[in-house]
Design a binder for this molecule. Sequence first.
Ligand code: 0A1
Ligand code: ZN
Length: 886
Amino acid sequence: MREGTAPVIHRLDYQAPTYWIATVDLTLDLDPAKTLITSKMAVKRNATQAHGALVLHGEELTPLRVMIDGEPVSFRQDGNLLHIDAPDRDFELVIRNTCCPEKNTALSGLYTSGGGFFTQCEAEGFRRITYFLDRPDVMAVYTVLLRADKAKYPILLSNGNLVEQGDLDGGKHFAKWHDPFPKPSYLFAVVAADLVAREQRVVTRSGKEHLLQVYVRRGDLDKTEHAMNSLIASMIWDEARFKLPLDLERFMIVGVSDFNMGAMENKGLNIFNTSALLCSPATQTDADFQRVEAIVAHEYFHNWTGNRVTCRDWFQLSLKEGLTVFRDREFSMDMAGSPSARAVQRIQQVRNLRTMQFPEDAGTMAHSVRPDSYTEINNFYTATVYEKGAEVVGLYQTLLGREGFAQGMALYFERHDGQAVTCDDFAQAMADANPDSALASRLDAFKRWYSQPGTPQVTARGHYDAAAQTYTLTLTQRNPKAGEGAAPQLIPVRMGLVGAEGHALPLNLAGQASVGALETVLLLEQAEQSFTFTEVSSQPVPSLLRGFSAPVLLDDGLTDAERLTLLRHDADAFNRWEASQRLALRRLLDAVQSGQALELDIGFLDAMRAVLRDPQLDPAFKAEALRLPEAAYIAEQLPVVDPQAIHNAVEAAWDQLALALRDDWAWAFEAHQVEGGYRPTAEDAGRRALANLALALLVRGSAMLADPVWPGKAYQQVKDATNMTERFGALSALVQAHAGLADAALTHFHEQFAHDALVVDKWFMLQARTAERDGKVFERVKKLLQHPDFTLKNPNRARSLLVQFCNLNPGAFHRTDAGGYVLWADQVAALDAINPQVAARLARAMDRWSTLAEPFRSAAQEALKRLSERPTLSNDVREIVTKALE
Ligand code: 0A1
Ligand code: ZN
């Protein structure tokens, strides 16, 4: 645990290091209690910087000795820095030190899990293995010798290629690995464990052969097929779309159960949380299959966007993360196939952005895509850096087209392969590859997306002049969170006009070449701009921000009738969904703001029924359109937030949807059963999603009507389902409806899957995420903290109960008796003593406390204060609570 106040690090203070490290020869004698590390480094003077002491990072290490060119030298330790009087020239540096993997519960650096050794070095974990210039601009060629007990650790892995292996005395063995690509220390990895691998040899377009391996614990091998298929699909896609081939003979993925994040892109040796890797129809849902595919792709794509071209400093994190999320999204959309399935992907991305990133961008942790300062970099692996960062990369593609974007990527690699660069370098490559584009002429304005925090608020108002047959659209933008002096951002608004009968109107816009097109992209670049369309024969309905063409909050000022037109007729599937959400949102907000009980009107219910019954629409789309907006997104529309009022409105809306459409849900459930064996295709998953939604509403309605039929069916499905999507769907239906059979179903489910940690995580998660009723969910969560299966030591388990409850279940967490906040403060403190990174995520449940209504606001502030007064907080948690109280 680090104590005291850690310094704030500023982006503009960046300086190149005094020394570079060209090569590293590491020897690790692996022992859980005391691992011995010997590091031999070729150190090079950086002539551009003034000479000074060599200052290396090191944390929780015991130094044994330091030698320069073979001679022992003195060194001085100052907190987490090691000062060495180093000569003003190139030299060889050898350092010997030890660390203690089995005590490393923070899971950063070298740690043990399930009897094996694993590493996690991003962002600053390498310094917990050995002393180093642990910063991403120091790129070295690594050779790694691993020595360990052969029986306990039969598999010894590191980055690159295996050069040598063999037996040693005393039951030990060794393996030597060499990675020819210079890399920053955060991409270093080691695994030593008793694992088995699924292997596949593939030949890529260029004719090169590669060995692909997925390593997991014995017994999990049958759950690796989907990951392997996803890896192969990713390789093929990246070569086809961006001409980016695999550059290694061997590409390895390893699963580990104790891991702070989803997965890590270490060069040639990706390490995965088992939750992001293992897949079987019996134990994982359709959503899990999709997530595994996306994360395997994400880590694989990092090999170019992140590893071959890396970040100069951590302020540039979105350079690799925003870009790689963009790439994995494009991949997932291509894999989904049909236009409708692509739209569903986009809908899910936007739902996620609105519930996770929008609140972040409005809250106490708001930061720009390229932040200006941080205390603990681990706190900046955020929805803003990842998801908003990906939206910003998407803006390039919207402005340049697919071809122009691909050319920008090609120039980026031509210029920067093998370098550590900045977001500016990326933007410049995009502009230079497209010199005549709207981007190139507005690059400075565009780059405000990197520097200004906050979600821009766009308003759109249209005026139709029947006599002149013109339609004038006036767009405005403001971004209060970006602060004084913030300038307008470049916002591409993809749009079309829909005629009264639902047909798309041709667009004739003064100054635009594409006369008569049915869709165009308007560039909003000033605080206010008007666009006049001519030859508009009747009053149109504007369909704006199609495909969510920019990450903004749009006030379109449309009436219900206009939204119904879009819901029925818009050529853009995303905006049809958007219309459904806005219709629901308006009703929910009216109820919350008026303090009146929510009453859904016939018009809305009929519209929802029409969506459900529409033979033209895909089931996956229907499931998205019929889902109500999330509480977190509703809260973002309000200046003062009463979480209980939102909860009550949402619950009432579900109740009324359940009862009013009861026959339709019954039809939908029956009509969308999937016959035959399980396939994780978009089409089958869509049918299951709609059937699950229908079942949830049928059970909900039954609970209100005291009708035993649907709960009975759901209970049977929990017992008999042949795949986890249907089994968990039925279990969720019972639990979310607080049905009488819920407890029995939960017990049955737990007994059946008690041996499978990832399924037990789901069991905790469901109970923590259940909508509150009479305080029962809160009581259950308190009881689950005492459950023998619960532990704070495993991040997946801690998250599945605590993050799900505190961060993602506002209706249960925010209590007038402040019970949720007390639980939160206690658990953050307890978790912080074990794993600061995971504790800091939990700490973020209070990000939006200052907009809460009383009595929540004062109680939340009180809990934050009490937590902040604890003397032993980690830097991670301290930064979060300090910012919350600022
Ligand atoms: N770079 C990884 C995510 C990651 C970040 C930090 C970690 O430990 C603190 C672990 C993983 C990715 O984007 O997939
Ligand atoms: Zn990433």
